[in-house]
Design a protein around this ligand. Structure first.
Ligand code: ZN
Ligand code: FE
Length: 239
């Protein structure tokens, strides 16, 4: 299984998950269709599935065009049936979604939106976290509560430490500024910031990141309880 990172809009990431045995692919959160279409054209890929983490437009904007062009099936959360148009396959919390060699565990992670889900490809230990978990940050709590977001992040935290995280946005550098303000003595974080800056200077994504590293450097994952988490979330909203 190969992952291609596709930059979309200002700072969104869509991902192509490609089964190299047959060139079948899934796209995660296509913000827009054009960059995806271009990649598919140049690489002879069959886009079978569109996986959505949540209903926000910068995550589903390319859905319908891709579906029309390639006959792909949209996979999304049951609870978002009314607000993600034309879903073909409804999934729910704790379900395993399987299609050919693609196999992902679905976790419901409310907080950013009520219907947010993440896709954990457990055979490959790769997780697509949308706007629930970012590198060195987490999504704003728009529809849910801080408590829900805390438990949503906790589900991800409990996955194998070597899990690779693919998130919805390139927010890593901005996020690092907040983390280092809150956690100025964290040497692993300082080290990471140097690496982040280098990558961005070379116009490379800072994604994926490894869960074990995030747990040591992401201040939101370091929060031990809901109170601490809520305080951090409020501070970050006004940062
Ligand atoms: Zn969002
Ligand atoms: Fe987003």
């Amino acid at each position: 299984m190969k992952i291609e990172i596709i930059k979309c809009l200002q700072d969104n990431y869509s991902y192509l998950i490609i089964d190299e045995t047959n060139n079948n692919a899934c796209v995660v959160d296509p913000s827009v269709s054009n960059p995806i279409i271009n990649f598919i054209k140049n690489n002879n890929i069959k886009l079978k599935y569109i996986l959505n983490t949540h209903h926000h437009h910068d995550h589903i904007g390319g859905n319908i065009e891709l579906k029309k062009k390639y006959g792909s099936k949209i996979v999304a959360f049951k609870g978002d049936k009314e607000r993600i148009p034309e879903i073909d396959i409804l999934v729910e919390d704790n379900q395993t979604w399987k299609a050919g060699n693609f196999e992902a565990k679905i976790y419901h992670t409310p907080g950013h939106t009520n219907g947010h889900i993440v896709f954990y490809f457990f055979k490959e230990k790769k997780i697509f976290t949308g706007d629930t978990l970012f590198s060195l940050g987490c999504g704003r709590v728009f529809e849910g509560t801080n408590e829900q977001m805390f438990y949503s992040l906790d589900k991800i935290k409990k996955l194998p430490k070597e899990t690779e995280i693919y998130c919805g946005h390139e927010y890593t550098l901005q996020n690092s500024n907040f983390c280092i303000q809150q956690d100025p003595k964290n040497f692993k974080l300082k080290d990471k910031i140097t690496k982040i800056k280098k990558k961005l200077q070379e116009d490379l994504p800072t994604i994926p990141v490894i869960l074990s590293e995030e747990i040591e450097t992401n201040i939101f994952l370091k929060a031990k309880n809901i109170e601490t988490f809520s305080k951090l979330r409020d501070l970050k909203d006004n940062f």
